[in-house]
Design a protein around this ligand. Structure first.
Ligand code: ZN
Ligand code: ZN
Length: 351
């Protein structure tokens, strides 16, 4: 089997577009590495940003970093893993291990890090070489590969909403932006003890994203800024105080302004979405007058992964309603276009 060619979705060079489905050899592994057979791979906003040349990458590179699979082969020095183990893995490969960030347990933002999907070959292929098996996590048999492909984005919201945003019992949590991360953030907030989760979107989100939010049982209220008076609704639901925690998951100027309006005095805002712009209009004084806290976030903590696996496996976070597209790699153009145009939520490749 190891001399056969496989299909892979490759970013072939620097620039907009330049993505092709290509035949590539099955990757070779050395004695410390594992080969993972990819069973399901999630399409992330980052993949779309790389397609559009809006995120760093080292071409030619196979796209994709959200994977669930099985260990198909291992190097002779790999002791902790066996062929057949069902796994997901942190994308924090090639961190240096020596810098201040690595030494303080923050390898996820080491400047040397080169993740699968942009720094090294990723998971939009049948097989992926994975150089650091210590970054893998086992998944229980009860968790399907399709659901497990959403562990990485779920680990993001565990990091940003539960760990850094510090959800407390009885909190009212408002989420601005009902994309996959926003929907997961609302469910994470409830799993962490929040009393109410309120999802806010725009008219463009209505058809797929807000309608999905209305069907998720842990999301209590769904508001559309084009139809609802969002400020008075949130004030009514919080005895006039405002939200304890706002998750900004839209990356849009309007969404960021809304987050500042809805947070209570001494409240917290945890920001997940990139704006894609060098600078934006920002209501600085409004944050100051509320003495609010604002956290910027990037990537996932070590501790968030096992929490994410547990929350999905126990059904506290429902990932299945988020999967709107599922199919083989040849469908990539259709899937990328639909996700870019908000005609779907999460796409999964079965390579
Ligand atoms: Zn991702
Ligand atoms: Zn480092």
């Amino acid at each position: 089997m190891l001399d056969k060619k496989i299909l892979a979705l490759v970013k072939t060079g620097k620039g907009k577009g330049l993505v092709e489905l290509k035949e590539v050899p099955i990757p070779q592994i050395n004695e410390t590495e594992v080969l993972i057979e990819i069973k399901a791979a999630g399409i992330c906003g980052t993949d779309l940003h790389i397609y559009n040349d809006e995120f760093p990458y080292w071409p030619p590179v196979i796209l994709g970093h959200e994977f669930a699979g099985v260990i198909a082969a291992k190097g002779e020095d790999v002791k902790d893993w066996n062929v057949g183990d069902r796994v997901v893995g942190e994308p924090h490969t090639l961190a240096c291990g020596k810098c201040w960030l690595c030494r303080t347990g923050n390898r996820q933002i080491c400047p040397e890090k080169r993740s699968p999907g942009w720094g090294i070959d990723g998971c939009f292929a049948k097989y992926m070489r994975y150089p650091e098996p210590e970054l893998l996590h086992r998944i229980p048999d009860s968790l399907s590969f399709k659901e497990a492909a959403l562990v990485e984005p779920t680990a993001n919201v565990v990091t940003d909403v539960l760990e850094r945003g510090r959800v407390e019992p009885a909190d009212t949590v408002v989420v601005v932006g009902p994309g996959p991360i926003g929907l997961l953030a609302a469910m994470a907030a409830k799993s962490g003890g929040a009393d109410k989760a309120i999802m806010i979107g725009t008219e463009g989100d209505e058809e797929f994203r807000l309608s999905t939010a209305r069907n998720i049982k842990s999301i209590d209220y769904v508001l559309n800024v084009s139809k609802d008076d969002v400020l008075s609704s949130v004030m009514d639901l919080t005895a006039g105080r405002g939200a304890d925690l706002v998750v900004e998951a839209s990356g849009a100027e309007g969404g960021i302004t809304t987050a500042l309006q809805l947070v209570r005095k001494l409240g917290r805002i945890t920001a997940i979405g990139l704006t894609g712009k060098e600078t934006i209009k920002f209501p600085y004084d409004s944050g100051m007058l509320k003495a609010a806290e604002l956290y910027f976030n990037l990537s996932t903590s070590y501790t968030s992964w096992d929490t994410a696996i547990n929350l999905i496996n126990t059904g506290k976070i429902e990932v299945k309603p988020l999967i709107t597209h599922i199919g083989g790699l040849p469908k990539w153009q259709e899937f990328f276009a639909d996700l870019e145009n908000k005609k779907g939520i999460k796409g999964i490749f079965l390579p």
